[in-house]
Design a binder for this molecule. Structure first.
Ligand code: DX5
Ligand code: ZN
Length: 223
C-alpha cells in the first residue's frame, strides 16, 4: 500500500506575532498537519517553542501535530508534549537518552513515535530502531535554525532509509526537514520520502494553498 504524502508547514518560519492565525492559515491552505520544532539551547544552539505553542495549535485546528524534539533529554518531556496535544513525537538518535525506553514511553501514551537523524549520521543508526518507530525523519539541514540551504548528501540517507525499511518489510513514514522547495521535494520524494516539513518556502509563498497543492502533485508524481 502506498504511503500517504503529507505536507507539514514548519511553524518555526511563521510570524511569531500572530501564531494562532498562522496555524489557521496553514490549515485553510490545505496543510496535512503542523511541524513544531522544539529546541532547548543545548542539543542545538537555538531556543524556539515549547508545550504551550503545541497546546495553542492543538486547540486552534484539528490536524496532525508533528513534534520534533531537538533537546538533550527528550525522555523528560514526553508526557507534557502528549498532554499538550502531540500526535507524533520525533526524538534525535544523537540525543543523550535511552532511545528505546523513550520510544516505548511515546507509544505507551498512544501516539506515534519517530527517530530523527542529522545530516552526516548514517542511516543505519536510525534503522536500528526500525521495529520501534512509525517515522524516520532525515534532516536535510543541520538542526537549529530555519531558512538554511538544503544539504544534497542527505538525499542518499533518505534512499538508504527507504531501502533498509523495504528490505525489512517494515512500512514506515520517511520525513525530510530543512531547506525544502519544489525541486528538493521532488528529489526527496524520488528517494523515498513521503512527509515533507516545509518552513520558509511555504510561509514566504505568495499563495500558500497553491504551493501546498503543487508540492503534493510533485511528490505524488515522483514517489
Ligand atoms: C531546523 C528545523 C526545520 C526548519 C525547516 O532545525 O527542524 O523544521 O525549521 O524550515 P526551513 O524550511 O525554513 O528550512
Ligand atoms: Zn523540524
Amino acid at each position: 500500500m502506498e504511503r500517504p504524502i503529507r505536507i507539514y508547514p514548519s511553524l518555526l518560519a511563521a510570524d511569531f506575532g500572530s501564531l494562532e492565525s498562522e496555524v489557521r492559515r496553514c490549515v485553510a491552505a490545505g496543510a496535512d498537519g503542523i511541524h513544531l520544532d522544539v529546541m532547548d539551547g543545548h542539543f542545538v544552539p537555538n531556543l524556539s517553542m515549547g508545550q504551550d505553542i503545541v497546546r495553542m495549535a492543538r486547540h486552534t485546528v484539528g490536524v496532525h501535530m508533528n513534534v520534533h524534539l531537538m533537546v538533550s533529554n527528550p525522555h523528560a518531556h514526553i508526557e507534557s508534549f502528549v498532554s499538550a496535544g502531540a500526535d507524533t513525537i520525533l526524538i534525535h538518535v544523537e540525543a543523550d537518552s535511552d532511545l528505546r525506553a523513550t520510544l516505548a514511553a511515546i507509544h505507551r501514551e498512544g501516539i506515534r513515535a519517530g527517530i530523527a537523524i542529522n545530516p552526516g549520521t548514517d542511516a543505519s543508526e536510525a534503522l536500528k530502531y526500525l521495529d520501534a518507530v512509525d517515522e524516520i525523519l532525515c534532516m536535510t539541514v543541520h538542526p537549529g535554525f530555519g531558512g538554511q540551504e538544503f544539504i544534497d548528501s542527505a538525499v542518499k540517507t533518505v534512499s538508504d532509509v527507504r531501502l533498509g525499511s523495504v528490505e525489512h518489510g517494515k512500512r514506515i513514514d520517511i520525513g525530510v526537514d530543512g531547506g525544502l522547495n519544489r525541486d528538493r521535494v521532488r528529489d526527496c520524494a524520488a528517494a523515498g520520502a513521503n512527509i515533507f516539513d516545509v518552513g520558509t518556502h511555504l510561509f514566504r509563498a505568495r499563495d500558500m494553498a497553491r504551493e501546498i497543492k503543487r508540492l503534493h502533485e510533485l511528490a505524488r508524481k515522483t514517489s
